[in-house]
Design a protein around this ligand. Sequence first.
Ligand code: PMP
Length: 389
Amino acid sequence: MRRSGETSIFTEMTELAHRTGAVNLGRGVPDLDSPPELLAGVAEAVLAGRNQYPPAAGHPALRAAVAEHQRRHYGIELDPASQVLVTTGATEALASAVLALTGPGDEILTFDPCYDAYPADARLSGATLVPVPLAVERGENGNGAGFALDMDALAGALTPRSRLLLLNSPHNPTGKVFTPEELARIAELCVARDLTVVTDEVYEHLVYGSARHVPIATLPGMAERTLTVSSAGKTFSVTGWKVGWISGPAELVAAVASVKQWLTYASGTPYQEAIAAALGTVDDWAAGLRATLTEGRDLLAAGLTEAGLTPFRADAGYFLQADVRPWGFTDGLALCRQLPELAGVVAIPTRVFQQGEDVMPWLVRFSFCRRHEALREAAGRLARLGSDR
Ligand code: PMP
């Protein structure tokens, strides 16, 4: 493995959290509630004996529910039989898509920093991941800084070997939601350069304030070249169930299915059945979850601010980033190794998600997908650390 540090940092920090009793804001593992009907639905399906393999492409009810979800929310029309494939989490959808569509000699573009599965998937396929840095937008009037598309960097990263754009909006780790204008510029380029897009939209329902999620597949010329990935894990706070899906043009979905069948063949019949029912009423559920996460984000941001840091803007997802230089650290990794002892909090240096030049070694990622008691405790501990420094 080229960057073995990627996995070890999570193990190292989890061990530190256990050893020190620190509040763990490292990993994106929620301890939030899930819809009771969804939980009951799995138990019912298990007890009703629906415990054998579903069809390899996924439970028909879930494929239909995903197609209906895409139509209702985004106006995307899909044939559930040929254009939707259920996978073992978004993780398998992403890996299968990258393996199906790329190989040695191909280049995969992605915005940097990026979710750590992308470089791993590129390595598995033998393709080269080309990181395209996101630009940092300065904060104004007390608002934190944010991230923006750098169109010159994207255009400059293209070569005749560019095959795929691996897009992630809403984006992990930054919490950025690509704006409609940014997506339009990306889409124009993809059409002009005949790129296929795999878009990871697992945080589609976790978007806060005035930000809006727009799937790139809805832009002109994109439906025929885009595979859209999502999953139940974040939407229903059931990350351990590992049920995801991928949808798009039938021939691309068939290519992905041809890989997926040899990875897991199929998974989790009772989970798929219960999620199919829950997706139909996701709107009410997601509104409550967004309110909980917005409040959690703001609690944590207030603690970080009191501690003398200015968190970056996070319009979506589970994570807040903060520049830790006001605490006298230029290296987020060094801080994260000491933070459990110093403050009783675990966080992750954003630089572990950086594939290209390490331009922001001082950025640290804190997760807010935790119950408010834990976030209040962490915020208080961080604030005390700030006042002690
Ligand atoms: N993509 C992103 C951006 C993620 O943050 C995650 C979960 N951390 C995944 C994919 C994986 O999703 P799943 O658990 O459904 O495999």
